[in-house]
Structures are given as C-alpha cells and as structure tokens.
Design a protein. Structure first.
Lengths: 111, 114
C-alpha cells in the first residue's frame, strides 16, 4: 500500500535555529496534511496542501507541496520552545482512500 | 475542540480480558476512525466507520472489532487483550463529508495490557 516516508525521525535544535521536516511518497499524492502533537497530547491539524507547488505560511511555519506532488516539507523559522512536539504528515492513500500518516519528526528545542 | 471524547482515558488490564474503548462525538460527523500510536510506528489505522452500522478494516485490524449503533458513538473492542495491544488509542472524526478531510482527534486512551 501507499506509504509516506518522513525524515528526520528526530531533530534537536537550539532555540532560534530553523527546523525542517520532509515527507516523501513514491506515488503522486492528491493532497497532503500536516499535524502537530505536543508531548502527552493528541495530533492537531495544521494545514492541508492540494495544489502542485503550493506554498502556505502560518506565522513562522512554511509548508510546501512539491511540483510533482510527491513530496512536502514543513519549515519553522527561529524555533521557540513552544514548537516542541512531533510533526506528522498525512496523505490519502490505499484502496480505501483513508489518511496514511508518516512516522513523524520529533522536535526538541533547547532554550 | 471538535466535541470528541474518549473513555476511559487510562486502563490497565490483564492478558486475555476483553476491553472496550468508547469514542463519542457531538458533531454528527459521518466518518469516525480508530488509530493506535506506538513509538516508531506513528499513527496506524485500526478500523473506521462511514455511517451507522457501516464499518471497515484499516491496516492493523487483527484482534480488534468495532461497532457503531449510533452516529455519535464508535466503540473499539479487544475481545481478548494481548500485551502487543498495549498502546495509545486515538479516535478521530473527519471534518468534511468525505474521508479526505482534516481529522479532529480525541484526547487518547492509554491502554496497558499486563
């Protein structure tokens, strides 16, 4: 079945540094979603990208969808301790069309 | 929040005992999902429902069954719990009329099988 590969698995940064997580698929995606899960919490929807080459921004977060719609990235500028958590990408896949999640990138931020 | 609650939030049980987790929504959404989350595996779909009495398997459905007798309630049952089912279970609802929309997750149910 369809898989979305997410890298890196872990990222440790100093507060103020930038952070990027990548999501890749071997097949063309109809759309991609991004979620954030704080430690001990539940996943929370951040954004959905649909169009080829789409770029969306939410304050310090920049989301991109590749031209071929096979990859996506989430970039955080000048990380803060409030950015700590695990970031997941998710795409509709499989014969049933349900969301398939990447394994996530766990971000830790050292003050 | 999306009006979705899970119960119990924490449970410790012994191998071989039945366990039922409940997901309740107040949003009247059609699609409901059960995921499990384990370190190194991310979120994996167990079962989902697309309406009352309409359910289907996800990628890790073995050992689990579900029921949806009312729009607002989606139950996940482990008929005979095993240690490999120790996990955090999340219920989710789809915000759109179809299955491709954003998901709203419950707070999670942490299950420990001894």
């Amino acid at each position: 079945g369809q898989q979305v590969m997410q890298i890196p698995q872990y990222q440790h940064v100093q507060e103020g540094e930038d952070f990027t997580t990548y999501c890749n698929s071997s097949t063309t995606l109809s759309n991609i979603q991004w979620y954030k899960q704080r430690p001990g919490g539940h996943p929370v929807f951040l954004i959905q990208l649909v169009k080829s080459g789409e770029v969306k921004k939410q304050k310090r977060l920049t989301f991109q969808f590749g031209e071929a719609k096979k990859n996506s990235s989430l970039h955080i500028t000048a990380t803060q301790t409030t950015d700590v958590g695990t970031y997941f990408c998710a795409a509709n896949g499989g014969s049933q069309g349900n969301l398939i999640f990447g394994k996530g990138t766990k971000l830790s931020v050292k003050p | 929040d999306a009006g979705i609650t899970q119960s119990p939030r924490h449970k410790v049980t012994e191998t071989g005992t039945p366990v039922t987790l409940r997901c309740h929504q107040t949003e009247n959404h059609r699609y409901m999902y059960w995921y499990r989350q384990d370190p190194g595996h991310g979120l994996r779909l167990i079962h989902y429902s697309y309406g009352v009495k309409d359910t289907d398997k996800g990628e890790v459905s073995d050992g689990y069954s579900v029921s949806r007798s009312k729009t607002e309630d989606f139950l996940l049952t482990l008929e005979s719990a095993t240690s490999s089912q120790t996990s955090v279970y999340f219920c989710a609802i789809s915000a759109s009329s179809g299955r491709a929309g954003e998901l709203f997750f419950g707070e999670g149910s942490r299950l420990t099988v001894l």
